[in-house]
Design a protein around this ligand. Structure first.
Ligand SMILES: Cc1ncc(COP(=O)(O)O)c(C=O)c1O
Length: 411
């Protein structure tokens, strides 16, 4: 393995994750499916437990001690998310159910209000379905057009083609920070700047970005940036949507009910300011607190440390897997993070997944909810190993050995 750029004690980190310390089918677990969901450190499990054991109450509405503690913890999580993204203000952080809901919220609320017949939205061929389908539905509803940034054979977005898609009718550019299928890191500064130059807004799906690198929404100048808590070692069912204050302020509610109103009469309702306007009903209080604990944990380890360590791991993975006869890596972008998709000619990716599982190695197989990019490579499925900062070079070697055995026995 290459020399690490920064000292990083992976065995100490692994000790924080109880689920990593187990055997699967008689082998030590090798968890290489963190792009689907990351494992949870004790700090998150303890935060959830503490909430339910000591502070369990509804927020923002009780005059009693437990409700105050719960509200304080929930709002502290918002501030943790604000700092994590370097958002200017804490009310620019909306808690949602996950990345999927974050994109749906923007498409439904901003989109329904602002999109007109003949307007255009630009997305990319690399996107997860959650950054495609909400825009398709919105465009269908509004008579607007959806345009696609293509990729080259390495899996990089072609910016010259992107530039050609931008025009006076472009209203929104919605792209992933990192592709969940190829690991492509998008040149976001350029993408956002070009969108703004054309008079459009930019939404970044940061679901696969936040687990692996430092994010600064002010430097990026993204209008919306969102991610899921469970991919950054937090609980499922919680996500973070960042939106620039003035945009959120001008947007109508997404869902309605309790918690998002200023006043309700029999005749009419006035809405609260963001973020409450977008957090109708009892939110996932424990989830937000757990996500806050996860963010604190990542911050304590250091997002730059994580990025540097994972970069070395990725280089090792690319080198090692590409040496396995028969293995073909799909997606060789120059800027690549945490995801290695591959196929073995003549072997169904699902069989690869099943056989690796018998060796205790967890990878994902299928279309990874990104069928357009699969189609771009003429595939319907790949196997995907995805890395986190708790993985080791030895685990990558175990994967390579497993693939060698599978290739030998099946091809
Ligand atoms: C790039 C990307 N965007 C969005 C999502 C959707 O995330 P969630 O299912 O947590 O809403 C995923 C999930 O894998 C993803 O990888």
């Amino acid at each position: 393995m290459h020399m690490l750029l920064a000292p990083f004690d992976v065995s100490k980190v692994r000790a924080d994750f109880p689920a990593l310390d187990q055997e699967v089918h008689g082998h030590p677990l090798v968890y290489l499916d963190s792009a689907a969901t990351a494992q949870k450190p004790r700090a998150v499990l303890e935060a959830l437990r503490h909430f339910y054991e000591a502070d369990c109450a509804n927020i923002h509405r009780g005059q009693h001690e437990l409700s105050e503690r719960a509200t304080e913890a929930y709002e502290a999580a918002r501030i943790a998310a604000q700092r994590f993204l370097n958002a200017r203000r804490n009310h620019e952080i909306v808690f949602v159910r996950g990345a999927t809901e974050g994109i749906n919220l923007v498409a439904a609320s901003w989109g329904r209000k602002n999109l007109q017949r003949g307007d255009e939205i630009v997305t990319s061929i690399l996107e997860h379905h959650s950054n495609i389908v909400p825009w398709q539905i919105l465009c269908d509803e509004k008579g607007a057009g959806l345009k696609w940034i293509p990729i080259d054979d390495r899996g990089e977005l072609i910016l010259e083609e992107y530039e050609k898609l931008l025009g006076p009718r472009t209203r929104m550019v919605a792209v992933a920070h990192v592709s969940n299928t190829l690991g492509t890191v998008a040149p976001l500064r350029q993408i956002v700047e070009m969108a703004h130059h054309a008079g459009a807004l930019a939404l970044v799906d940061g679901t696969q970005g936040t687990p692996h690198m430092r994010v600064d929404v002010q430097t990026l100048d993204a209008d919306f940036y969102l991610f899921s808590g469970h991919k950054v070692c937090g609980p499922t069912g919680i996500g973070v949507l960042y939106g620039k204050s003035e945009l959120l302020q001008a947007m109508p509610p997404y869902q309605t009910g309790g918690g998002m109103i200023r006043s309700v009469t029999c005749q009419t309702t006035t809405y609260d300011d963001p973020p409450s306007r977008f957090e109708a009903g009892t939110p996932n209080i424990a989830g937000a607190i757990g996500a806050g604990a996860a963010i604190d944990y990542l911050t304590q380890i250091g997002t730059d440390q994580i990025a540097a360590y994972e970069h070395e791991l990725m280089l090792h993975g690319m080198e090692t897997l590409s040496r396995v006869p028969g293995v073909r890596i799909i997606g060789m972008p120059r800027d690549k993070a945490a995801v290695i998709s591959f196929i073995i000619d003549g072997i169904d990716p699902h069989d690869i997944g099943t056989l690796l599982d018998l060796m205790g190695i967890a990878v994902r197989t299928g279309h990874h909810c990104a069928q357009p990019v699969m189609a771009r490579f003429g595939l319907t499925a790949t196997a995907r190993a995805s890395l986190a900062f708790y993985n080791t070079a030895a685990e990558i070697d175990a994967l390579a050995n497993g693939l060698l055995r599978i290739a030998k026995s099946l091809s």
